[in-house]
Design a protein around this ligand. Structure first.
Ligand SMILES: Cc1cc2nc3c(=O)[nH]c(=O)nc-3n(C[C@H](O)[C@H](O)[C@H](O)COP(=O)(O)OP(=O)(O)OC[C@H]3O[C@@H](n4cnc5c(N)ncnc54)[C@H](O)[C@@H]3O)c2cc1C
Ligand SMILES: Cc1cc2nc3c(=O)[nH]c(=O)nc-3n(C[C@H](O)[C@H](O)[C@H](O)COP(=O)(O)O)c2cc1C
Length: 591
């Protein structure tokens, strides 16, 4: 069907213009769900919106999110259900009163997993409640859980799965089995929304809750993993010294023409291609030419293109090993997958070529492609502020290179940025919002910024923002790396910011400049009196960087400071940290 330019009559065009002019992106998402829902309904499009439907089915969507994806899916589901006449309400889990739970009849949970198998901060209390001893029996409740996660993490979708199990244990009935979503979730989520809407809208109702239909909008961006913007590289500079054993690049990308907006604290998602040497070695090992055609979710490609641009080959996960085992029936692989510690050890530092070399099997191109996961975008904390750089986005990237079993290896995206792009190349990007890592609204609120290595990236964005807006609040940076001479990322910028009054204090820890190791947490202890005084004056604390060691050690140190400086017991210190998190005064962006 071709759609003529004047497809809508003048009156409709005017109505559409005046409606869309007043809409934000979040409302557009809701409306797209709403119109899809209308299309899928009986086919009769009502002339008016069911603003106050009478005696309609009711459902609450409870979402728990860190970066906003769960909220987006909640918005889409809400729009679609509303179009089918359901009275729907979407509520953030940190705003939901758990005492209401026992009287609920229809709930959908959409929740992600963060940290190392932990709930996002906004879902922590609910998670503790529902999985704890005080959780009530819920025989009246019908529910479904959509769990967002990432298969590269050991505890895939743990929060959603645990919530699903806790609800089942409490006697609630699931409408559809728990849906676990990996990072390329869009198609599966859309299918599930349609299926759920059909089932829920068509089944007779037992609900009698008088909830008004009020749906908070969800957020979205025009560009996404599925539809990235091709940003041009404007600059790329190695910012670690020649004698450093780290290789960190500052990369500047142009967003010109995209209309993309971001805020300090957000990340940029990058869709890279894989190291060509690894693609070639995989083809050689499998005796495939690369010209074979394969069909992926994204479309039809030659195997060479698929391995280079669309599939993950540098990283393994449990599912890939499981599928490989099913194909090969290899005993040693079976032993690895059955032993959690052995599996963890195998997953770290091995890639698809290792599997093919160690457990040889004759794969067809189709079988090889089926084995592998779609390439998940890598995220990088944005190290610039649009108030200062306009249509640019800057990132700070540590190149992953290591040697294992006599082979030099490189991370897919970081070596793409280090080795395979140059000025004027284009890079597929999108913005990953991070509402949970934001400067305080009140510029007078003091901030303590703690970061090691590339963990300092978002603080460059924070301070650029403050400088561009002439906000001279109290700001204290703790930065850690290996060596002063080669690894002091953005040293000159911090010094200038300090001179100009945008950075009040800076404490640095260079772990390898002296005999004993000194880290940011040691500096925090040295300054504990003042750190606690800043907290007492309402300071926010930010923590960014390595999740495995640094984040854990810094949190432990903060608890220690609360105990010694605040005279708190261990329990009270933990409670205080929790309160700081809840009040968004302790925010983390760790990876
Ligand atoms: C919210 C967020 C923000 C982030 N911000 C930044 C940032 O600002 N800057 C930044 O540099 N990164 C950042 N990251 C990390 C980034 O997204 C990538 O994970 C990182 O660049 C590695 O990706 P890669 O594709 O290069 O490596 P991959 O292809 O993903 O390879 C990584 C794999 O290599 C193996 N490996 C790595 N090192 C070793 C080793 N020494 N020995 C053995 N095996 C090893 C492991 O199996 C590991 O899983 C962030 C991540 C998140 C989630
Ligand atoms: C630092 C970090 C830790 C994560 N940890 C896990 C994890 O342990 N298990 C998992 O399945 N997914 C994990 N994820 C993936 C997220 O759940 C996934 O990106 C999800 O789509 C985010 O949804 P949200 O935007 O609603 O928070 C993690 C993501 C990040 C950035």
């Amino acid at each position: 069907m071709s759609i003529p330019f004047n497809f809508l009559n003048e009156q409709q065009q005017n109505a559409l213009s005046s409606l869309s002019a007043g809409l934000n992106r979040e409302q557009i998402i809701w409306l797209s769900g709403y119109f899809q829902g209308l299309l899928n309904s009986s086919g009769n499009i009502p002339a008016t919106l069911p603003v106050q439907p009478q005696k309609n089915k009711q459902l609450k969507i409870l979402y728990g999110t860190h970066t906003g994806r769960s909220k987006t899916i909640a918005g889409q589901l809400a729009g679609k259900l509303a179009a089918r006449g359901v009275e729907v309400q979407a509520v953030a889990l940190d705003e939901y009163k758990t005492r209401q739970l026992a009287s609920e009849t229809n709930l959908v949970f959409i929740v992600s997993t963060h940290g190392e198998g932990e709930p996002p901060a906004m879902a922590e209390d609910f998670y503790e409640f529902i999985t704890g001893k005080r959780s009530p029996q819920l025989p009246k409740l019908n529910y479904s859980v959509v769990a967002l996660g990432d298969k590269s993490y050991k505890l895939f979708c743990k929060t959603g799965i645990d919530i699903d199990q806790a609800l089942a244990k409490a006697g609630a009935k699931s409408i559809l089995p728990v849906l676990t979503l990996d990072v390329d979730f869009e198609d599966q989520a859309a299918q599930w929304i349609s299926q759920f809407t059909d089932i829920f809208a068509e089944t007779p109702d037992a609900s009698d809750q008088p909830n008004p239909a009020s749906i908070p909008p969800s957020q979205s961006d025009l560009y996404s993993r599925k539809n990235p913007f091709r940003a041009t590289v404007i600059d790329k500079v190695k910012i670690t010294g020649r004698d450093s054993d780290k290789e960190v690049y500052h990369v500047e990308l142009s967003l010109d023409g995209s209309g993309i907006n971001y805020e300090p604290g957000d990340s940029v998602g990058i869709l890279a291609n894989n190291p060509p040497a690894l693609v070639d070695a995989i083809l050689k090992q499998t005796n495939l030419s690369g010209t074979e055609q394969v069909t992926l979710k994204e479309g039809n490609y030659s195997l060479q293109e698929a391995l280079s641009d669309h599939l993950e080959i540098t990283v393994l996960n449990r599912e890939v090993i499981q599928k490989y085992l099913e194909k090969t029936g290899n005993k040693k692989l079976q032993e690895i997958i059955e032993d959690e510690t052995a599996l963890d050890r195998y997953l770290y530092g091995h890639d698809v070529l290792d599997l093919l070399e160690e457990f040889p099997f004759s794969f067809s191109a189709r079988e090889l492609a089926d084995l592998l996961r779609s390439f998940p975008a890598r995220l990088y904390s944005i190290s610039s502020s649009q108030s200062s750089v306009g249509d640019e986005v800057h990132i700070t990237v540590a190149t992953v290179r290591y040697s294992h079993k006599g082979r030099e290896r490189g991370g897919a995206c970081s070596t793409f940025l280090a080795d395979r792009i140059e000025i004027d190349s284009t890079v597929p990007v999108f913005i990953e919002k991070n509402p949970a890592f934001k400067l305080p609204e009140n510029e007078k609120t003091p901030v303590i910024l703690i970061g090691a290595g590339t963990g300092v990236a978002p603080y460059r964005a924070f301070l650029q923002h403050r400088e561009a807006n002439n906000q001279k609040g109290k700001t204290w940076l703790f930065f850690g790396e290996r060596r002063f001479h080669s690894d002091f990322l953005y040293q000159a910028e911090w010094q200038k910011l300090q001179k100009d009054g945008y950075l009040e204090k800076i404490d640095v820890a260079f772990s390898r400049d002296q005999e004993e190791k000194i880290y940011v947490q040691n500096r925090l202890i040295e300054r504990q009196k003042e750190v606690f005084a800043w907290l007492n004056n309402g300071a926010n604390i930010y923590l960014c960087g390595d999740i495995k060691q640094m984040a854990r050690d810094v949190q432990k140190t903060l608890l220690q400071i609360f105990e010694t400086e605040g005279g708190m017991s261990e329990e009270k210190a933990l409670e205080y940290l929790k309160t700081l998190k809840k009040e968004k005064r302790f925010q983390t962006d760790v990876y």
